[in-house]
Design a protein around this ligand. Structure first.
Ligand code: NAD
Length: 262
């Protein structure tokens, strides 16, 4: 029996990167999972089936678009209908866009605020009634080192992540007596498609080569000079789901190789 046997989790943005690592870590601990995110239908089905066959749990896929409140509520409803409850909610879907503010496309600002911040509000709003009814819940939001400090050219992302940190504290206080915790995890740079995709724009915005971006911009921020791994982030989330973490709520947990200690 895994530590999460009998629990059911929804992880947004889990077709890739950190989200996929969360989903697999929860499934390895015995939880059923709703996975979500974009990608080719074949790849997503392969990932979903592999979670079931690797860990002997149930996995369902929600195609909900995190810019659409009705679809987000539908994703929580799918979890409740498929498994009977949503006990663990991880708000993780996120995108990045790098540009000087005066050229920052307005629709990119709106999209980042919707996916990286508002989607967490909509999912939490939909999941809390079921968690209150069961008298147990874990809400984990993937924030970022950018919820604590800023970098130039990431106005929308930094604003959304600071917002997530505030939302986390507010929700934690509202449900503090319901045995529901709400925390955020703030990784530094994790080598995922999200980081890889921002390299060309950062090269352009800062007039640097690819190697310079990796070593002088990304890893420069991290005193350890190493990327965080998705599996390390997922292990922290797994700890937050356990009984030992019952009194950890409203916090912002850094996992950033020392970035925000500077
Ligand atoms: P990723 O690009 O590998 O994964 C992002 C996921 O979000 C994918 O599954 C994608 O399909 C999904 N997604 C994007 N738009 C969506 C939408 N509209 N609706 C539903 N799903 C959508 O990125 P990642 O690095 O794994 O990032 C995951 C989270 O971690 C993000 O919130 C990101 O801001 C945060 N984060 C990442 C890093 C890093 O260095 N990689 C650092 C700190 C925080």
């Amino acid at each position: 029996m895994g530590s999460l046997s009998g629990k059911n989790a929804v992880v947004t943005g889990s077709t890739s990167g950190i989200g996929l690592a969360y989903a697999r870590a929860f499934a390895a601990a015995g939880a059923n999972v709703v996975i979500n995110g974009f990608g080719s239908p074949e790849d997503i089905e392969k990932e979903r089936a592999k979670i079931e066959s690797d860990f002997g749990v149930k996995a369902v896929y929600s195609p909900a678009d995190m810019t659409k409140p009705v679809e987000i509520a539908g994703m929580i409803a799918l979890g409740e209908k498929s498994f009977g409850s949503v006990d663990i909610l991880v708000n993780n879907a996120g995108i990045q866009f790098v540009s000087p503010i005066e050229e920052f496309p307005i629709e990119k600002w709106d999209q980042i605020i919707a996916i990286n911040l508002s989607s967490a509000f909509h999912a939490i709003r939909a999941a809390i009634p079921g968690m209150k009814k069961k008298g147990w819940g874990r809400i984990i939001n993937t924030a970022s080192a950018h919820s604590l400090v800023a970098s130039p050219f990431k106005s929308a992302y930094v604003s959304a992540k600071h917002g997530i940190a505030g939302l986390t504290k507010t929700v934690a206080l509202e449900v503090a007596t319901n045995k529901i915790t709400c925390n955020c995890i703030s990784p530094g740079y994790v080598w995922t498609p999200l980081v890889e995709k921002q390299i060309p724009d950062t090269m352009k915005a800062r007039n640097l080569t690819r190697d310079q971006v990796i070593n002088d911009v990304l890893l420069d921020a991290q005193p350890t000079k190493e990327f965080v791994t998705s599996e390390q982030v997922a292990a922290l989330a797994l700890f937050l789901c356990g009984d030992d973490a019952a009194q950890i709520t409203g916090t912002n947990l850094s996992i950033d190789g020392g970035w925000t200690a500077e």
